[in-house]
Design a protein around this ligand. Structure first.
Ligand code: GRF
Length: 215
């Protein structure tokens, strides 16, 4: 049975686009993006969803009294849509444990650094790359991980590094990490999940070999 995927977004949606393109090339066997859920009606990612014929929804924090209430509404929406995998692709709303309990080891996030560096509360967007440059690291990159209650601390699925160049600005480093790491890693991780190739034990994620087709 194909796994039904919801992608949660807040902004431009280049990672969503990478998923849509990978799906179009047949690189996500066993999965189908069935919904894009945005935290604001202004998210350009909704246009990308529309362009790809994927239904878009808005669940805005400002319409709910608390983080818990907005998470509950989200879980209800995900259940109504019969979703199996939740992908956070630049989703900027704080979510509470109700989501991770309902979708244990089935919520994944992409973060633009090599976790555990430059992550955690307040470390998002360009701040991540500013901090990496201030620290003077020679490599940075991206991490795809399962989401748990603790911010950016769940089991790591995939990581990829790029070299930091002496002339880098936060913007150039951000762009290189997106192009060379994020847009490749996220579709790969989603494909592995959809083929049941991720085994999680504690913090450790093991990538299982591809299943051979019965003749
Ligand atoms: C990406 O850098 C991602 O790593 C982070 O949020 C950004 C989203 O960008 N979690 P986009 O909306 O996919 O272009």
């Amino acid at each position: 049975m194909s796994k039904r995927i919801a992608v949660l977004v807040s902004g431009g949606g280049t990672n969503l686009q990478a998923l849509i393109d990978a799906q179009g090339r047949g690189e996500i066997p066993g999965g189908e993006i069935v919904a894009v859920i945005a935290s604001t009606p202004e998210a350009y990612a909704l246009e990308r969803a529309k362009g790809a014929g994927i239904p878009g929804y808005v669940i805005a924090r400002s319409d709910y009294p608390s983080a818990q209430a907005v998470t509950q509404a989200l879980v209800e929406q995900l259940r109504d849509l019969d979703v199996h995998l939740v992908v956070l692709a630049g989703f900027m709303t704080i979510l509470t444990r109700e989501l991770f309990q309902a979708y244990e080891n089935a919520v994944i996030n992409i973060h633009p650094s090599l976790i555990p560096s430059f992550c955690g509360k307040g470390c998002y967007g360009l701040h991540v790359h500013e901090k990496a440059l201030e620290y003077g690291v020679k490599v940075s990159g991206a991490t795809v991980h399962f989401v748990t209650e603790e911010c950016d601390a769940g089991p790591i699925i995939l990581q990829k590094a790029v070299e930091v160049q002496p002339e880098d600005t936060p913007e150039t480093l951000q762009r290189r990490i997106m192009e060379q790491c994020e847009w490749k890693l996220l579709p790969q991780a989603v494909a592995l999940f959809c083929q049941d190739r991720l085994a999680v034990e504690g913090r450790i994620v093991t990538i299982l070999p591809p299943k051979t087709q019965a003749m």
